[in-house]
Write a protein that binds this ligand. Structure first.
Ligand SMILES: NC(=O)c1ccc[n+]([C@@H]2O[C@H](COP(=O)([O-])OP(=O)(O)OC[C@H]3O[C@@H](n4cnc5c(N)ncnc54)[C@H](OP(=O)(O)O)[C@@H]3O)[C@@H](O)[C@H]2O)c1
Length: 264
């Protein structure tokens, strides 16, 4: 077994599924120890076993509900208790909520705001001072192509992702020269449980534009480790990200409305 401390350490949130699981697998395969955070304790334990068996090194399970502020603090305390520096934070955990605004559940919307926005801020604020003091560290946040436009039928979700992108871009600029970088990964639709959990179905149009989940995780990690500020994987997604620069926002809202309506 590898001695703890000789490998770099990453914290990956939302590591039990989808993009987060791919981040964790890629990192472990590349010699990182990984702290795995999500709510599903048993799933995380199984992933810990898989990573340690396949790649050696250490994986740690942090079963936390990050939609609660106290659990964000507890997750940060869990990482501190490892008594080793954190080299990479992947603030990936996020949920969506699909449907006409007044039909969506207010409590579910609050949980989404807490998870997508507040936990991202809480985790970054928690790890940043140490990284800056050490003069090194990487932070990878997960926005969306929805970060660039209003999102009728997923209004609050798109707004959370606009927040993540704006916050990440601003911090990246402030942190220039500190040795710490902030990168925002902005994926398009992915074949993960995300859309179904959000109450949407993946339309044929969305499926055609889908980039494989592992390739998206790869692109995010490469960008983060290279200290780049933003990455939008896939040509169709790149187009979706630049269109809002040229089209009026009202037209973008109409276009997204049609896409989201096709997912009902
Ligand atoms: N899939 C897409 O089409 C798409 C497109 C653009 C951006 N994204 C973004 O990509 C990120 C990952 O999404 P995904 O597609 O991989 O979705 P996913 O497969 O549904 O994974 C979501 C992850 O977040 C965790 N999670 C959910 N609620 C949580 C909570 N309260 N506390 C802690 N962890 C929680 C889930 O684990 P537990 O249920 O075990 O807690 C799971 O590990 C999200 O930020 C999402 O907004 C996704």
């Amino acid at each position: 077994m590898t001695t703890p401390g000789t490998r770099p350490l990453a914290l990956v949130t939302g590591a039990s599924s989808g993009l987060g699981l791919e981040f964790a697998r890629l990192l472990a395969a590349e010699g990182w120890d990984v702290a795995l955070c999500a709510r599903s304790h048993d799933t995380l334990e199984a992933i810990r076993g898989e990573l340690e068996q396949d790649h050696g090194g250490q994986a740690y399970v942090l079963a936390r509900d990050l939609s609660r502020g106290s659990e964000v603090d507890a997750a940060l305390a869990d990482v501190r208790a490892l008594a080793r520096p954190l080299d990479l934070l992947v603030a990936n955990a996020g949920i969506g909520l699909h449907g006409p605004y007044l039909d969506t559940d207010a409590a579910a919307e609050r949980d989404m705001l807490h998870l997508n926005v507040e936990s991202t801020v809480g985790l970054v604020r928690g790890v940043l001072p140490d990284m800056v003091a050490r003069g090194q560290g990487r932070i990878l946040t997960v926005g969306s192509v929805g970060s660039f436009t209003p999102g009728p039928l997923m209004a609050t979700y798109y707004a959370t992702k606009a927040f993540v992108l704006s916050y990440s871009d601003a911090l990246a600029e402030e942190l220039t020269g500190t040795g710490v970088s902030v990168t925002c990964l902005c994926p398009g639709p992915l074949p993960t449980p995300f859309l179904e959990r959000a109450g949407a179905r993946s339309s044929g149009a969305a499926a055609r534009g889908m980039v494989e989940t592992r390739a998206v995780a790869r692109a995010g990690l490469d960008a983060a480790l290279a200290g780049r500020r933003r990455v939008v994987p896939g040509w169709l997604n790149k187009l979706s990200a630049v269109l809002p620069r040229w089209l009026p926002r009202t037209l973008m809202a109409k276009l997204v409305h049609r896409v989201q309506a096709s997912r009902r």
